[in-house]
Design a protein around this ligand. Structure first.
Ligand SMILES: C[S@@+](CC[C@H](N)C(=O)[O-])C[C@H]1O[C@@H](n2cnc3c(N)ncnc32)[C@H](O)[C@@H]1O
Length: 423
């Protein structure tokens, strides 16, 4: 209904009057005099969704979404990053295309067959491709992906949906077997090595195999389900871990990868986003020693990819405990793969000592991070009775298997090291 002439006109009218907020009650009443009430309700809800969608899409105010389609869609910077790896493929199928978050990036430079069994989503994928000027490269098809004709398709990208009742939250979404279609079926689409036996016999998979497959999965995926020879890439936008992407052998260039997309200006063209990649770099084991002058909290993309030791080698850092994913150096090493903290105080953790030291340092506000130690962070914060002008990060962790506390600041902040700090 929103893509009819009156629907488009109404959406444009609301957007022109309210580029950043919602119409008030009186305006909504006035709109209902000019348009059918159900169209006004749909347009108001769509306008609200578009405002939210600006977090993911630079052209959100011209796009059309369903709520579910928006929530499951890939954001522009992440979709553009992924699409680059299809550079050598002239025709790609986006199976489970949703509202087209990935279609808009994939179709910039190649033909895309966009398949979804939800006719509204297939239509919106077409519309949204038009918003990005790439509709000419997109053929939208309403079908179950198991029945899609993949003749002439060089690669498949598939972003399966969470099956109803599979549990809430992204971590639940792609555990083997609970996505729709199941991950095993997705893996079985690939003709190259590594497809699981179960996938290969899944309905439609053997008949419709393609040379290269890329599967989007939840970041919490159990990596033991990833077939041998596939690459598991963990993608973070800034500090936020967004997804795992599984590349079949024809598209894989490593076994594991941590990708950080620098969260820059949302108005900048997505192709201009700065992307950092960390891949395995075998080398000597990383030593374990107490914290030095700087502490590094690796990006969750690095920890999920199992690349903490590789990052340590890159930074010339050591681990502060065999089991804990914090690294340390004495000289500051700039890195996009970890949050760097300047260590102000480092000592075995007791609340009494920490309270006195925080008081001395004038710390009145703090982020508390706990890793490897039990305890209620809010209760600890209350008992620390913080007071003073400075802000700090308090890290509660283990060093040589002992409870350890660090008071840290962002490098370059006024919180200065004072007194006999480290120990
Ligand atoms: C996670 S969303 C895709 C999001 C999309 N990549 C984006 O960025 O907008 C999953 C989509 O898969 C579709 N879907 C689920 N099972 C399907 C099936 N068996 N055949 C076709 N489409 C399916 C749903 O209708 C939904 O639109």
């Amino acid at each position: 209904m929103l893509l009819t002439d009156p629907g488009r006109e109404l959406l444009a009218r609301i957007a022109a009057a309210h580029p950043g907020d919602l119409p008030g009650l009186a305006e909504a009443t006035a709109l209902r005099r000019a348009y059918p009430a159900d169209l006004v309700a749909a347009a108001m809800a769509q306008h609200e969704l578009r405002l939210t969608a600006r977090a993911k899409f630079s052209r959100a105010m011209d796009m059309v979404f369903t709520r579910g389609g928006y929530e499951q869609s890939t954001s522009e910077p992440v979709a553009w990053h992924r699409a680059r790896r299809f550079a050598g493929t002239a025709r790609v199928a986006d199976l489970c295309c949703g509202i087209g978050g990935d279609v808009i990036a994939l179709a910039a430079g190649r033909e895309v067959l966009a398949v979804d069994r939800d006719p509204v989503h297939a239509r919106l994928a077409e519309h949204n491709a038009g918003v990005y000027g790439v509709a000419g490269n997109v053929t939208a098809h309403v079908a179950d992906v198991r029945d899609a004709d993949l003749t002439g398709v060089g690669a498949v990208f598939i972003d399966p949906a969470r099956r109803a009742g599979a549990g809430d939250g992204p971590r639940q979404r792609f555990r083997a077997g609970i996505s729709e279609p199941p991950l095993e079926w997705c893996f079985g689409l690939a003709t190259d090595r590594g497809a699981t036996d179960r996938g290969a016999t899944a309905r439609g998979a053997t008949a419709r195999r393609v040379p290269a497959v890329c599967v989007k999965a939840a970041p919490g995926i159990d990596t033991s389900v990833v077939p041998a020879g596939w690459e598991a890439e963990f993608v973070a936008d800034g500090r936020d871990l967004k997804e795992a992407v599984l590349w079949s052998p024809a598209l894989a260039t490593t076994t594991r990868r941590a990708t950080i997309i620098a969260s820059g200006d949302r108005g900048a063209p997505p192709a201009a986003a700065v992307v950092h990649a960390l891949t395995p770099s075998p080398g000597p084991g990383v030593r374990v020693a107490p914290p030095g002058e700087y502490l590094y909290d690796p990006s969750p993309a690095v920890t999920r990819a199992g690349l903490v030791e590789d990052l340590a080698r890159l930074l010339g850092a050591w681990k502060i405990d065999e089991q804990i994913a914090f690294l340390s150096t004495d000289a500051e090493a700039a890195t996009p793969f970890a949050r760097t903290l300047k260590v102000i105080d480092s000592a075995p953790w007791t609340e009494k000592r920490a309270r006195a030291r925080l008081r001395e340092l004038g710390v009145g506000a703090a982020d508390l991070r706990r890793r490897g130690l039990a305890g209620d962070v809010d209760a600890i914060r209350r008992r620390l009775r913080l007071a003073g002008p400075h802000r700090a990060t308090i890290v509660l962790t283990r060093v040589a298997d002992r409870p350890w506390g660090l008071i840290c600041a962002d490098p370059g902040t006024p919180l200065a090291r004072s007194g006999a700090g480290t120990g």
